[in-house]
Design a protein around this ligand. Structure first.
Ligand SMILES: [Zn+2]
Ligand SMILES: [Zn+2]
Length: 187
């Protein structure tokens, strides 16, 4: 019994490591080293994203957390949804919106989905915390906890890579090189 569980957990781990979540389908992706510092404890996958035209430099369009959470006092950070605007061909692609564990479960079972802030209306480009520039190389991290494994054991037909707990986006500034945390929220 225990062995079966270990087996399934290992299968889930393999699938998560080898497959990006479906929200990255609009992009060409490359695997990059974990920038989150969480991989000692949690399973983390991180993917660099590029436009279908192959260019990986562009703006990240979204909504400032400060506009939704008045008590937030930190550096500029965005809430969902996040978009990438290609600096070469101009294509705007959605990076993430209603994705991740809570959103997926809500779509299957009903319910409220993710409880985190969600922006609407006009977007603005994220700017570098150091130099204010708005062009970035973007990497996206997906952090998984036991929920994804438990679910896989119960329902192995569901792609476990879509059931991440936490999402983070970082942007390496093209002008000054600073790696900015663009977003960090629950899935
Ligand atoms: Zn493009
Ligand atoms: Zn900069």
């Amino acid at each position: 019994m225990n062995n079966d569980w270990d087996d399934l957990e290992e299968q889930a781990r393999e699938r998560i490591i080898n497959n990006s979540p479906k929200c990255l389908n609009p992009f060409r992706i490359t695997r990059v080293d974990d920038p989150t510092g969480r991989s000692d404890i949690d399973l983390v996958t991180t993917w660099g994203i590029a436009c279908k035209c192959d260019n990986n430099i562009g703006q990240v369009l979204g909504y400032s957390l400060k506009d939704f959470n008045k008590s937030y006092n930190g550096p500029l950070q965005f809430v969902r949804p996040l978009h990438f605007e290609c600096g070469k061909c101009g294509l705007v692609s959605l990076i993430i919106d209603e994705h991740g564990f809570n959103s997926e479960v809500a779509q299957i079972e009903g319910g409220i989905g993710s409880a985190t802030y969600r922006g609407t209306g006009e977007t603005s480009p994220f700017h570098c915390h150091m130099c204010e520039a708005t062009s970035f190389e973007v990497m996206t991290s997906f952090i998984y906890s036991d929920g994804a494994f438990d679910l896989f054991v119960e329902a192995p037909e569901l792609p476990p890579e879509n059931f991440f707990d936490l999402f983070e986006a970082r942007g390496k500034c093209i002008q000054c090189g600073k790696v900015n945390v663009i977003a960090s929220f629950e899935g």
